[in-house]
Design a protein around this ligand. Sequence first.
Ligand SMILES: Cc1ncc(COP(=O)(O)O)c(C=O)c1O
Length: 336
Amino acid sequence: MKDSYFSLIKQTYQFPQKGFDINKQKLSFHGVSIPRLIEKYGTPFRLSYLPQISNQINNSKELFNKAFKNHNYKGKYQYCYCTKCNHYSHIIKSALKENINLETSSTFDIDIILSLYKKQNISVNITIIHNGYKTDDYLKKIFELQSLGFNNSIIILDSSNELSRILEIAPDTKFKIGLRMAINEEAKSSFNSSRLGIPSNEVLNFYKTKIQNNELLELKMLHFFVDSGIQDKLYYWGEFRTALNLFIDLSKVCSSIDSFNIGGGFPIQNQLNFNYDYEYIIDKIVSKIKTACSNEKIKNPDIYTEFGKYTVGESGAIIFKVLEQKNKMITKIGIS
Ligand SMILES: Cc1ncc(COP(=O)(O)O)c(C=O)c1O
């Protein structure tokens, strides 16, 4: 047995991995020779392999649609691109080719939307989910978009105060809203519940007292996001269940709500022993929503996702020069 680091990797993991290849000791990424790029541009440099963005979006769409067929699910799947996950225009334009919706988190994201609109890269018909804490500047820009005709936008309320501020800024405007449910953090976290969103036990009352009788407001969506990621763990499914039960309770008192947004959280291959079963998780998500809706005789909602790192993380790389190598005592980790 050889005792090189390369041998250790070869014996422990599948290598080269998805997207990579080694030919005559030269590494390529999706067929693009990395040594040739290094020769041409020197280091460091950042590369983006744009077709991978389409691949990720289409892979998710295919798996959701497959699960919809398996469970006879009647809602639609809606993929949102979060502008915060990569702001570069060549990346956003690649995502837009795949007929997606957009998600914004701050006032800066609205400038991106306006720029895309001016350059005719998007039309006013695109659906935009406005998430995040709403400063007055952010809100004014959201309504600027609405006055341009972006009428499919949904403002996700992060708190009950936010609604009061919106009604002051745009008192006579009709608009669509969503409610973000705050998740409970994992037991190991230093906080009990997330600062983002409205506590789950306050959502229904908030709807009944502040939204239900306001004719300017149309509630369309319940949103939640487990920031530690979508994992096949009791903790994740517990938060998912709380959100699903809340969606059902809201559906019973509100006829306009038709969308369930599970946020981001799909992991990516950022370690060599990565082994995540996207198909299994997506099928489980769809199956749980379908079963709950059937039991409660509720229409299947459209399912929205806002996968950030999943959309862009595996398409890019930053190449640095190795300045020096240090030898490791490989015998210590069991190779002799
Ligand atoms: C509301 C919301 N949606 C989506 C995302 C993207 O998350 P991820 O990159 O884990 O998919 C984030 C990330 O912070 C977020 O806050």
